[in-house]
Write a protein that binds this ligand. Structure first.
Ligand code: CTP
Ligand code: ZN
Length: 156
């Protein structure tokens, strides 16, 4: 079998002409990624698939967004839930650039504060954290100043 044919068989979601392919998303984070990036509000074509085989993740999801090119700070919002996500920038059917996501310096929403007494766990307040460590992730709450560690992180 030729490499080209192998690649075609691998392509479980149609190729796109122009736009962004976000690959290597953990399947369980797919719908969170869609809502964080607001993909459900787009008027351009969005295709996705999940529970695809992946050597690295075991199981991955892919989202293809036609005609949209994300800014770094926009895409970095998914770093906590899809740390190994890879962005492929597509022009005229070719991958012209690959980018990885990076944990941003501040996190707004997405994660719950670990402190049960924190006001954000009792009132309708969006959480705000400054990232005090990226590896392992440590988030300092703006409201109670307590640190939420990576292994305590709960996604909202
Ligand atoms: N892709 C696409 N439309 C195109 C070109 C590529 O949807 N016109 C998708 C592919 O299906 C793949 C991703 O973009 O999900 C990256 O493509 P490519 O670099 O060709 O694949 P791999 O080498 O497998 O990528 P990786 O870097 O993840 O190993
Ligand atoms: Zn807090």
């Amino acid at each position: 079998m030729t490499d080209k044919l192998k690649k075609r068989l691998k392509l479980k979601v149609s190729a796109i002409n122009n736009g962004t392919v976000i690959d290597h998303i953990p399947s369980e984070s797919l719908f969170k990624v869609i809502s964080i990036l607001g993909l459900d509000k787009l008027k351009t074509q969005v295709t996705f698939g999940f529970n695809f085989e992946s050597e690295k993740l075991g199981n991955k999801a892919v989202v293809k967004v036609a005609d949209v090119f994300f800014e770094d700070d926009e895409i970095n919002k998914i770093a906590l839930i899809a740390p190994h996500a890879k962005l492929n920038i597509i022009r005229d059917y070719e991958v012209i650039e690959k980018r990885v996501v990076e944990v941003p310096d501040r996190i707004v929403g997405i994660v719950k504060c670990f402190n049960p007494k924190c006001i954000t766990n009792h009132e309708e307040i969006t959480t705000h954290f400054s990232v005090v460590s990226k590896k392992p992730i440590e988030l300092k709450c703006r409201y109670c100043e307590k640190i939420t560690h990576e292994d305590q992180m709960v996604i909202k």
